[in-house]
Ligand binder design. Structure first.
Ligand code: PMV
Length: 327
């Protein structure tokens, strides 16, 4: 039996613009998905997804899209939960040349689902690591990141950037520009996350930005300006100037808001953080709902968020320098 875990992430800068070739800087946080994998005697998969949905579910099936698992929850929920695990197991089988390997798999996660914190990437990365180790192969981190990206591509109909999976595999702050992914230096960041209890529809939000870019030249300029913020943000991160970092995050949020991907609850949380004295605050991930990320070394922002209408949870999440690991 092998237990592996991998971290979630926040975007310090650059979501959405990264879709159009601009760089983005995600940063791993100390919130993890933990996956336990044990080999079976047959080729079946038994998935016990404790926290993948509000209710959790257990399914037993032999994998592949031709067989619908017989369970008492909605088919779309099963597809969403099992899809990532199924694609990850395919990658582990391929990497270890054991196409018929079967497993009992348990997934636990303290990363809110679909809320901009990279929950699916963390599950995918940890599953590939645990399953390949269980089959006796220790994959290099870069290969886990690449295989996790391919697993996400398969589940998300070809719509995925390398940002989430690379960041979850390596930990720390990373810079992603197209296929070019690398670790970058970052100081300890006083990260606070606010969560509105909801989730945005990434595909719809990405399509919305695409439509704006097609209609308005100034929307294209806005996306490029996000890229300029990211490039400056990288330098500021290297210098360790956390105050300036906060100002740039505020600016980035303004541009995301202009691109139509914020929401009333995200804006409420961003403003609550700013009013509480945060160095900066912005939405993280696709937007539409989900999480904001703020920088505040004091407890003020966390406390203020907890009293903000529409905020369901607020927590401190230090930068996690460790990526995927065996527990
Ligand atoms: O919400 P998340 O963590 O899936 O992030 C989406 C980020 C986007 O830039 C909007 C899309 C992408 O694939 O990069």
């Amino acid at each position: 039996m092998i237990v592996s875990s991998a971290p979630g992430k926040v975007y310090l800068f650059g979501e959405h613009a990264v879709v159009y070739g601009e760089p983005a800087v995600p940063c791993a946080i100390e919130r993890r998905a933990t996956v336990t994998v044990e080999s079976r005697d047959d080729d079946r998969l038994r998935v016990n997804a404790k926290d993948l949905s509000l209710n959790g579910f257990t399914v037993e099936y032999s994998g592949g899209t031709d067989e619908t698992p017989d369970v008492n929850v909605s088919e779309s929920l099963v597809r969403a939960g099992v899809g990532y695990i199924d694609a990850s197991i395919e990658q582990a089988r391929d990497a270890t040349d054991t196409p018929d390997a079967g497993f009992d798999i348990t997934v636990e996660s303290d990363i809110p689902l679909g809320a901009g914190l990279g929950s699916s990437a963390a599950v995918t990365v940890a599953t590939i690591d645990a399953a390949s180790r269980e089959l006796g192969v220790e994959l290099p981190t870069d290969e886990i990141a690449d295989r996790a990206y391919r697993a996400e591509l398969a589940v998300q109909d070809g719509e995925a950037s390398r940002a989430d999976t690379f960041c979850s595999a390596t930990g720390g702050a990373v810079r992603v520009e197209g296929d070019d992914c690398r670790a970058i230096e970052a100081p300890d960041l006083p990260i606070v996350v606010g969560f509105d209890g909801g989730a945005g529809d990434t595909g719809k939000l990405v399509a919305g930005v695409r439509a704006l870019r097609e209609k308005y030249e100034f929307a294209t300029d806005t996306v490029e300006s996000v890229g300029d913020i990211v490039r400056r943000g990288e330098r500021v991160l290297a210098e360790g100037d956390v105050d300036e970092l906060g100002r740039l995050m505020d600016f980035n949020h303004g541009l995301l808001e202009a691109l139509g991907v914020s929401s009333r609850s995200l804006d409420n949380m961003v403003w609550a953080a700013r009013d509480a004295g945060a160095l900066g605050a912005k939405l993280t991930g696709a937007g539409g709902g989900g999480c904001i990320v703020a920088l505040d070394p004091t407890d003020e922002t966390k406390t203020a968020l907890r009293f903000t209408p529409g905020c369901e949870d607020a927590f401190r999440a230090e930068l996690d320098t460790e990526g995927v690991r065996v527990e």
